[in-house]
Design a protein around this ligand. Sequence first.
Ligand SMILES: *Cc1c(COP(=O)(O)O)cnc(C)c1O
Length: 388
Amino acid sequence: MPQPFLPYGRQSIDDSDIEAVARVLRSDWLTTGPEVDAFEADFAAATGAGHAIACSNGTTALHLALAGLDVGPGDVCIVPAITFMATANAAIYCGAEVVFADVDADTGLMTPATLRQAMSRAPDGRLRAVLPVHLAGQCEDLAALREIASSAGAVLVEDACHALGTSWQGRPVGSGEYSDAACFSFHPVKTIAAGEGGMVTTNDAGLAARLRRLRSHGIERDPARMEQGQDEPWWHEMQELGWNYRLCDVQAALARSQLARLGAFAAKRKTLAAAYDALLDGNPVIGALARTPDCDPCLHLYPVRIDFAAAGTDRAAVMRGLQARGIGSQVHYIPVPSQPWYRRRYGDQTPPGAAAYYLRTLSLPLFADMATEDPERVVAALNEVLGV
Ligand SMILES: *Cc1c(COP(=O)(O)O)cnc(C)c1O
């Protein structure tokens, strides 16, 4: 019997997830209601954050966090060149400009050193926010990034869309210990799925209240926070311009049920990653995922490093060869500054570490429902395609 096609990532849905969604469909609430409240409480507990604010996706989480921290026209945000474009786009939505930081050529992460370099390229006095991206689920030295950003008067907003379940120096990512806000995504390829969904965590109660307003048109309903002080039962006020970035209860029920499975997901991802590490140990052509110190990652991706030219091939041929053997792969990511829109805005600014990382990276299948033996099949196919 042919083996099933292995995509590079996919969701894991079981009967408990289906039951959770069905329960909401039978209830009185479909849009933002009790399930969203419960999901936020569970998420805050899972990350150790003081506040968790759910929203419609990871991109709106980033936009809300930056808007809530007053990023606006004239400001500059530093974003690593290797990320999903949403990280940079969130700054642009706020009217700010982006300075792209280089990344470590092996891990793909912005480091304290590459952050300092990028800061030297930011116009004087304009830097407002630094957005480290926890690529593949790993993070850099968060305390150092925080310290460097604060010393320049900038806020730190973590793009933690890959890093739910990861901890740094024993603290969960998103705890609020090292950043002003952390943003998560529940897109189906991410560690937990909501269909679409996002979350911002923070320890700042004022910011949390503002994010709750901004995700729903800027409307305040808490009588204690009214500007005009009416106590009529219908009174609510739009205090600033927000958006409809709400999560609905159907999505929250799925995400909450998935969050209850996070421990099992993380354990499985760790087992699979360890299997890849062992299989690639000593491989002359394929470099296993490079790891960062102090980080205990729940990996979202398993990107390997391959010098395709030295192996006498190119990446497209390798991806097609894997595809023909029933194995999906992907590239995370095309450097954002080389995307046409950013190239037109700033000229191609892809820095050397990002260019080197991009040239060699290939993400192999990693998801909770993979069989423990699947990495063997993937590495065997990759060796065969590369002629190792
Ligand atoms: C997925 C992702 C986002 C955006 O999340 P959506 O939920 O798809 O909007 C942002 N940043 C990174 C690094 C991501 O992987």
